[in-house]
Design a protein. Structure first.
Length: 59
């Protein structure tokens, strides 16, 4: 849905901010994203963004 939102609003760039902090939180919370690792989720977002022609910036 994130990439669909970017496409709908004709966004050329998607910026994910504060990722190191979020990765630490995801590691410590066993119920958060239990079906995917946080890294895997970022990879899926990157793949779909690339296919839609959206530049992904991770800070």
């Amino acid at each position: 849905m994130l990439i669909d939102l970017c496409v709908k609003h004709e966004a050329a760039t998607l910026i994910l901010v504060n990722q190191e902090l979020k990765e630490e939180i995801a590691k410590d919370d066993q119920f958060l994203l239990r079906n995917w690792s946080y890294y895997s989720l970022k990879e899926k977002i990157a793949y779909k963004a690339d296919r839609a022609g959206i530049q992904l910036v991770v800070e």
